[in-house]
Structures are given as C-alpha cells and as structure tokens.
Design a binder for this molecule. Structure first.
Ligand code: COI
Length: 354
C-alpha cells in the first residue's frame, strides 16, 4: 500500500510565473514551477515528491533512451469563474496509462497515486492555470524505464513524472492533411492503442515527407491494406457525411481518445446519428469528390478540435467547406469548453475539482 499522503514537497525559492505573458501563451514552451517524481524499485513506487521543475540526471545507459520503454498521457486543467481549478476526466487518463503500461512491460501506477500526485501538483501550481479564452494548463504524466542496462529485457526500475505547462492553441489554423497509403502508424498486434513514446517517434518521418509536399499532417490508414482510415496526425479523426458523424472504432490500432469519447457522447446526447465503424478511404475520397463531406476534424487533448481544411489523396487535393460554416464541430468545441470551465452543468460528471 502506497502512502500517498507522504508526498514530500520542496518548493521553488522563487516562482517564474512572471515570465508568462498571459495574453500570448505559446504551446508548451514555458513550464510551471514544480514537477512530481516517483521512483519504482524493488517492486514498489517510492520516494513520492514534488520538486522544482528541473533537468533529470540519468545514466547514458538508461533503457528508456535506448529502447523507448516509455509511455505518457495528456490532459488539461481549466479555471472556473470562481478561480477554482477543474481537470477534465483525469481518471480516464489514469486508466489509459495503465493500459499502455501493460503493453510496454511497465508497472501499474495505482489510480490513487496518479490522482493524489496530480492533485497535489496542480494545487501547488494553481496560479499557472491560465483563464484566458483558448488557454489551459496542459498536464503531461510520463512513465519510463530507468534500468542502467544495455541488454533488452523488461526494466526493473522506472520513474513516474508529471510536468505541467500553460498552453494556448496547438494548431493556429485549420490543417491540410494527406491520406497516407505507404507508411503506417500502427498494425494489428502492435502498440497503436497504447500511448507509447515510439508511436510518436515513428510518425515523424512520414509526416515530414508530407510537409515537404505542402501538407501539415497525415491521415493514417490501416497497416495491412491502407484502405481504411484510422487517425489523423496525433489525433482521432471524425467526418460528417449525410448528417452522420462517422469515426473509426477504437480498436487495437487506434488510441482510445478521451476527447474522442467526449465528442461522441455529446453528439449522441444531442440526438446526432453516430457511427463507429470502419471508414473506407474510398468512401471519404468519393464523398470529397462529390463535395459531400460536411465536416472533417481531428479530436485530441492538445488541439481539442482541429479543423481539416483540405484532404489530399494520391494526386488529388480536396478543399473542404469553410470551417466557419461547420455547425457540429464548432458547437461541440464551445460545449466542451463550457463543460471544462464550469460554465454549464457538468451533466456527464467529467470535471474534477482540484
Ligand atoms: C495530446 O493531444 O495531448 C497528445 O498527447 C498529442 C501530443 C503530440 C501533444
């Protein structure tokens, strides 16, 4: 049993909050004063502590560096009108972290440890939670292997850290995406459903090639046939065609996004027809050719809703309709924001007061 009440706190001598221009917050460039750290050794999480945000001292033989034995989460915190801090569905992040952990031979982080660490850290740095429209505190828990060992085997030592940073918009404008039919993000039996560091590393080269062709990001397709849409960039992806919200099922190759689930829940609550089913590339390309895609957008923690301006497929590029005219995605973004900041009733019980 871990005594989470025993989190030791070592405060910064002086806060660096004055470096933050609240009117102009970039994405993840300035970090809050403190970080949480716990060490796993001899089969237990130990030495729970909050320290000033600082570099970590690691052996050059650290197994996470060599083999990518590393998982992470992303979530956000907001201020309500009374200045209280609300986190959005953090227990879902705790659960998903442990789904990723199992796949990567990383020990479980008990939900109580996750929640207590998070609560203490965000409480201590609550002045870092911005309240300007479009801003939030991005929270990044991460667990990685720290065995000092060059051989490949499951590690016996790990660090669990949480860092936070105030953020503004992840994308400054709607994105142009290319349907990728050569490279794969994930494949059956792989790690696609886990928030594993290596998934993101492997996505960079194909995305870089697409950027050289003038795109911002990719729409990933299934690794076997490249005939079905999976995700977009680092997000889940949704389309509205024939007034129906369509998205790929969160299977073994697709991350079970918390924003994805929230958008689908709200859509169903509003009486929208929602289909979670395989989405063929052919269906999307043909709908785009006929001008029948009413809306297309990525959904993820960092961006919340990332509007898709155009979709490229082989030699064709389809300009979609003006994002301002997109009823559902604009409305759901406002609704999510209102729930996260306590402006409307939290009818799904999604917010957690720190
Ligand atoms: C998120 O959307 O929070 C993610 O984890 C993606 C990351 C690349 C910012």
């Amino acid at each position: 049993m871990i005594d989470t009440a025993a989190i030791k706190i070592n405060r910064v001598a002086q806060s660096s909050i004055h470096e933050l221009d609240v009117e102009n917050i970039p994405f993840a460039k300035i970090y809050s004063d403190h970080m949480f750290i716990a060490d796993y050794r001899d089969g237990e999480w130990r030495d729970l502590r909050i320290e000033p945000y600082q570099p970590l001292a690691l052996s050059p033989a650290t197994s996470a560096i060599h083999y990518g034995i590393s998982i992470f989460e992303g979530m956000k915190g907001y201020k309500n009108a009374d200045g209280e801090v609300l986190l959005f569905r953090p227990e879902q992040n705790a659960r998903r972290l442990n789904v990723s952990a199992e796949r990567m031979c990383i020990p479980e982080v008990p939900e109580s440890l996750f929640m207590d660490a998070l609560t203490e850290l965000v409480r201590l740095d609550s002045q870092w939670v911005p309240n300007h429209p479009g801003t939030s505190l991005y929270i990044r828990p991460c667990v990685f292997a720290t065995d000092e060992y060059i051989g490949i085997k499951p590690s016996e030592n790990f660090k669990f850290i949480i860092i936070t940073c105030p953020v503004g918009a992840y994308y400054s404008k709607p994105v142009n995406v290319k349907i990728e039919t050569h490279f794969s993000r994930a494949f059956e039996g792989g790690t696609g459903y886990a928030k594993a560091a290596g998934n993101y590393a492997a996505s960079l080269y194909p995305a870089k090639l697409a950027q050289q062709e003038g795109y911002d990001q990719l729409i990933w397709t299934d690794g076997k046939t490249h005939q079905y849409i999976e995700e977009s960039g680092t997000m889940n992806v949704m389309f509205i065609i024939n007034d129906t919200l369509v998205t790929a099922p969160a299977s073994g190759t697709i991350l079970k996004g918390i924003t994805r689930d929230s958008v689908l829940t709200i859509a169903r609550d509003w009486g929208m027809v929602v289909e979670e089913r395989p989405v063929a590339v052919k269906e999307i390309v043909e709908a785009a050719r006929r001008g029948e895609i009413q809306e297309a957008f990525g959904v993820g923690t960092a961006a919340t809703i990332a509007q898709i301006a155009s979709i490229g497929f082989e030699d064709e590029r389809f300009q979609l309709n003006d994002v301002k005219t997109r009823e559902f995605s604009n409305k759901v973004l406002v609704e999510l924001d209102n729930i996260k900041t306590g402006k409307v009733e939290d009818r799904f019980g999604w917010t957690y007061k720190v």
